[in-house]
Write a protein that binds this ligand. Structure first.
Ligand SMILES: [Zn+2]
Length: 658
């Protein structure tokens, strides 16, 4: 890749659902961690005692209908391994002491990868990416539901399906929702030209395109950096490393694309005949995703739960960060799902494995409904009783009838994190205690606490005592102060890394395990050296409305540096015919869609493709300066002054170190 023309162009703009999956540049896999302590092994033994880990039903379901299992690797154009079908072969047999046995069980179930027959005319490809690709037999070809995250994994999956099921064309595409692991690979199953020429229906829920191309463009960099923690992207795959994500094995970080839908599902329930197959779509926006649908295939007595229904407690607020999700609405959709599955004989989701038999399906949905509603109602009850988020998280437990059901346990979401999300939705992140209205920043309070107790060594000694007793939460709290208060204290960092490892080894949620292990690695090695390479996102970014980039550009304006500046720039997109006036006023960058202003300091005329490359930071010298597609009128100096005011975050910021 050539160097960007002006680093100032490298905006924070990006697609969060993609970046949230993408994390940051891959580092060398960290060294294997320590062994599980006696205290950790004791906690894990208790899980094994409390749960029926050997219940065979889920294992039968996860293996049922296997036609073939892939092996080998899916490679990216740059020679990177995107999918390694054999990487998780070690996830088998009894749980090692370094993995929570309930998570290990879940990880084994997700390791059942391959092409599976779900029922007559419906198949799933699992383990080609973090999500499943579902294939439905149409009259003239394959109806593909959710073509994975990237072109490369989707190409491999559809080829595998054709190899075993027959070489038929793709006759329709269904996107269940606006998260990139469900649409980013679409160009791997059909090219844009072919889709257009053959008029292939592309069906999606209302609002799909807006959400898919724009969701959180603003905070993509922060979310991308944080997501590396929950997905454990840079961790080695091993019993002391990454074993699962909760939703599936791993994300394929290849080339992302999108196709605009040709048909939107806008009504609450809508029956559509897709390539001869009757499909009843149910709109379920604002729960798991802002635009989402589930669907029934009545003639197959089958129900596709998209991601509203997965074999895990889902996130009301992902560890990577997002807008809070509405658990009450989610549970209401589950109630509707019960009505929609009155005579369903097989449920399948776009993550994890299916369930067969009407009674079991309804029990599963009922428990999902009640898990979200219990979480909601009990959080509200305790908030009204005066408990604050951390207190609620330490208080709420699911009732035994739900706790004993694996399908609602926290492998991706976690109850302690989810109750904080419910509190936040209604009352905000502030707990009402004025001590928290204006507290010192973490590093400042850490320094003063260290001074008070007599230095970081004292904190480390106390933390070591807590560690030796298996009191890891307290050890981590003390050590976090020590690391923040005295960032060069190697002993504090190492003991905190070892503490996080123990917390990882006993974590039931894959997202927590991956977060703790990533934290341990960064305490030893520092934050990643390289941010996100956005070149794989260009196809998708080209579909993002210009306004989203301009909003992100405004949110990248260095406020203090812009104070007192008065600059006006015309932006003209020569190919789309759009033009915008951008101006700075009171250290705020505004934009409006309008004809070029006559009093602007400069006018920049370029194509949308070049604009997108500049926003993504991938435009090189050749692309820009030498391009006939870019023209500058007026003051070049003012134009440079303008873009110098826009921040260019690298996405490599420190999280657990200072
Ligand atoms: Zn997903």
């Amino acid at each position: 890749m050539s160097k960007p023309m002006t680093p100032a162009w490298c905006l924070a703009a990006s697609i969060a659902t993609v970046l949230a999956l993408a994390g940051c540049g891959r580092q060398a896999a960290p060294a294997a961690g320590g062994d599980a302590s006696a205290a950790t092994q004791q906690v894990n033994a208790q899980f094994a005692k409390d749960l029926k880990l050997d219940d065979p039903q889920d294992f039968e379901d996860a293996k049922r209908g296997l036609i073939a299992r892939p092996s080998g690797k899916v490679m990216g154009a740059d020679g990177n391994v995107l999918v390694d079908f054999d990487a998780f072969k070690f996830v088998d047999g009894p749980a090692p002491p370094t993995v929570n046995p309930s998570l290990w069980r879940h990880a084994i179930l997700n390791a059942q990868i391959g092409l599976f027959k779900v029922t007559e005319g419906i198949w799933q490809l699992r383990g080609f990416d973090i999500a499943n690709m579902t294939v439905i037999e149409g009259k003239s070809g394959w109806i593909v539901v959710d073509p994975l995250t990237c072109k490369e994994s989707a190409t491999a999956a559809i080829a595998f399906a054709r190899q075993h099921l027959g070489d038929r064309p793709v006759s329709a595409i269904v996107f269940t929702h606006s998260h990139a692991d469900h649409f980013g690979g679409v160009l791997g199953v059909v090219s844009a030209e072919d889709a257009k020429a053959r008029k292939i229906p592309v069906i999606a829920p209302e609002g799909f395109m807006e959400e898919a191309t724009s969701e959180n463009v603003l905070v993509g960099v922060a979310m991308g950096r944080r997501s590396g923690y929950q997905f454990g992207k840079d961790l080695e795959r091993s019993p002391k490393g990454m074993v699962d994500t909760g939703l599936g094995k791993g994300v394929a970080y290849g080339t992302f694309g999108i196709l605009p839908p040709t048909q939107l599902v806008t009504k609450p329930t809508e029956e559509v005949v897709v390539d001869g197959v009757r499909i009843v779509f149910h709109n379920v926006p604002g729960a798991e995703a802002p635009a989402e649908l589930t669907f029934s295939v009545p003639d197959r007595k089958a129900y596709g739960g998209a991601e509203n229904l997965a074999q895990t407690m889902h996130n009301l607020l992902p560890v990577r960060g997002a807008k809070v999700r509405d658990s009450l609405r989610w549970s209401q959709y589950m109630e509707q799902a019960l009505e929609q599955t009155a005579d369903t004989e097989v449920y399948f989701g776009q993550h994890n494995w299916p369930i067969w038999g009407n009674a079991r399906i309804r029990e599963f949905i009922t428990k999902q409904r009640d898990m979200y509603k219990y979480t909601h109602d009990q959080t509200v009850r305790l908030a009204n009783a005066g408990l604050t988020p951390r207190e609620i998280a330490d208080t709420v437990k699911l009732p035994q009838s739900l706790q004993s059901s694996f399908g609602v346990r926290g492998y991706y979401g976690d109850l302690r994190h989810n109750v904080k999300a419910v509190y936040q939705l209604y009352l905000g992140a502030y707990d009402g205690n004025p001590a928290n209205l204006n507290p010192l920043p973490p590093q400042e309070s850490a320094k003063r606490l260290l001074a008070l107790i007599g230095g970081a060594d004292k904190a480390v000694a106390a933390a070591q005592a807590a560690y030796d007793q298996g009191d890891y939460r307290w050890a981590a709290e003390l050590l976090n102060h020590a690391v923040f208060g005295q960032p060069d204290h190697k002993g504090a960092k190492e003991l905190l890394a070892r503490t996080y490892e123990q917390m990882a080894y006993m974590a039931e949620a894959a997202t927590w395990r991956n977060s703790y292990l990533t934290a341990a690695a960064e305490l030893r090695q520092g934050p990643p050296k390289k941010g996100i390479d956005r070149s794989g996102f260009l196809e998708m970014l080209s579909q993002t409305p210009v306004e989203r980039f301009l909003e992100a550009m405004a949110a990248g304006l260095d406020g203090p540096a812009a104070e007192g500046k008065d600059l006006k720039i015309n932006l003209v997109l020569s190919d789309t015919g759009e033009s915008f006036v951008l101006w700075i006023e009171n250290a705020v960058l505004h934009h409006k869609k309008a004809a070029p202003a006559t009093d602007a300091h400069a006018t920049l005329t370029l194509t949308k493709a070049i604009f997108v490359k500049m926003m993504a930071g991938t435009a090189g010298v050749k692309d820009t300066l030498l391009s006939d597609d870019l023209k500058i009128a007026g003051s070049k100096i003012d134009l440079v002054r303008f873009f110098t005011l826009i921040d260019k975050p690298a996405g490599t910021f420190a999280i657990v170190t200072k």
